[in-house]
Design a protein around this ligand. Structure first.
Ligand SMILES: [Zn+2]
Ligand SMILES: [Zn+2]
Length: 284
């Protein structure tokens, strides 16, 4: 089992459980470290994010737990930045110099709806509304805009790792013209991975996909192989929204890592991202 997890959602955003309960369960599981990563506030209301007025309470609670559990488990304060170019100045104002240990960068929205607001596509119904509405069914155009947005986010130089890089694919299981083996798609991914490697940003293996019909990690195993060739560092996380997700999928993650050629992953140690060999990162 992997003994760290830096992508977890609590009652501060759309998770079901309290931060303290995650930390206590992580201690029971023998974790080395744990990081909470609420969905960041954004200048638009979206229903699942941490309200900006609760941001300092979130940091305060993590600071208390960090101290209380010192010597038992390393507790980290993170945030899952909900990247959209319209939000960058808001992020700059509130988070880039905040007391956070790390930032995840995730794309949950691209472009704009006809009313000029960002197009959030996390729900399949919203995704289909855009794909078959203003994109007129052109999945290549959607994917190009998506990966361009990931590259813009990476180029900001502010994030530690990218969250669920290709999760958008889960909405495309039955979409005409979408195929991960298509050369146009692989070229977009390749360009994105090269950008990630150039900027020295890490990627996560996000195991959330194992809880959904798509049944793959994010990114897909073929992408992980290419990440290894490009020497991109990985963390392994579950994107948990409840306590039972804390270590869900970790045994499979070891298989994904091994198949891609990885022998080490990154974890936070004394506040620094450090490589750790897989032998040391798993329970004996
Ligand atoms: Zn996310
Ligand atoms: Zn998340």
């Amino acid at each position: 089992m992997i003994l760290s997890n830096y992508h977890l959602h609590s009652v501060y955003c759309d998770g079901d459980d309290h931060i303290r309960d995650y930390v206590e369960k992580a201690v029971q599981l023998g974790f080395h470290s744990i990081g909470l990563s609420s969905h960041s506030p954004t200048p638009v209301t979206k229903g699942y994010g941490l309200p900006i007025e609760n941001f300092s309470a979130y940091l305060d609670e993590l600071a208390v737990l960090k101290q209380e559990f010192e010597g038992t488990i390393e507790v980290y304060a993170g945030l899952e930045l909900d990247y959209h170019p319209d939000f960058v100045s808001f992020f700059e104002e509130h988070f880039f110099s905040a007391q956070l240990d790390y930032l995840i960068g995730s794309v949950h929205s691209i472009g704009h709806r006809p009313d000029g607001t960002p197009w959030f596509f996390e729900r399949k119904s919203k995704f289909d509304e855009g794909l078959y509405g203003w994109y007129q069914g052109d999945i290549q155009a959607v994917m190009r805009d998506h990966y361009q947005s990931v590259r813009n986010m990476v180029s900001l130089g502010k994030i530690d790792f990218i969250g669920h890089m290709d999760r958008i694919k889960r909405h495309c299981i039955n979409v005409d013209g979408f195929d991960e083996s298509a050369s146009w798609y692989q070229e977009e991914v390749e360009q994105t991975l090269e950008c990630i490697a150039k900027h020295g940003v890490m990627l996560e293996i996000n195991l959330g996909g194992l809880r959904h019909p798509i049944q793959t990690p994010y990114p897909s195993p073929w992408v992980l192989k290419r990440c290894h060739e490009l020497d991109i560092g990985l963390t392994v996380n579950t994107d948990g929204h409840q306590l039972s997700h804390l270590d869900l999928g970790f045994p499979q993650a070891l298989g994904f890592l091994k198949d891609a050629g990885y022998t080490e992953i990154f974890r936070l140690q004394q506040g620094q991202w450090m490589p750790v060999t897989l032998e040391l990162s798993k329970a004996i």
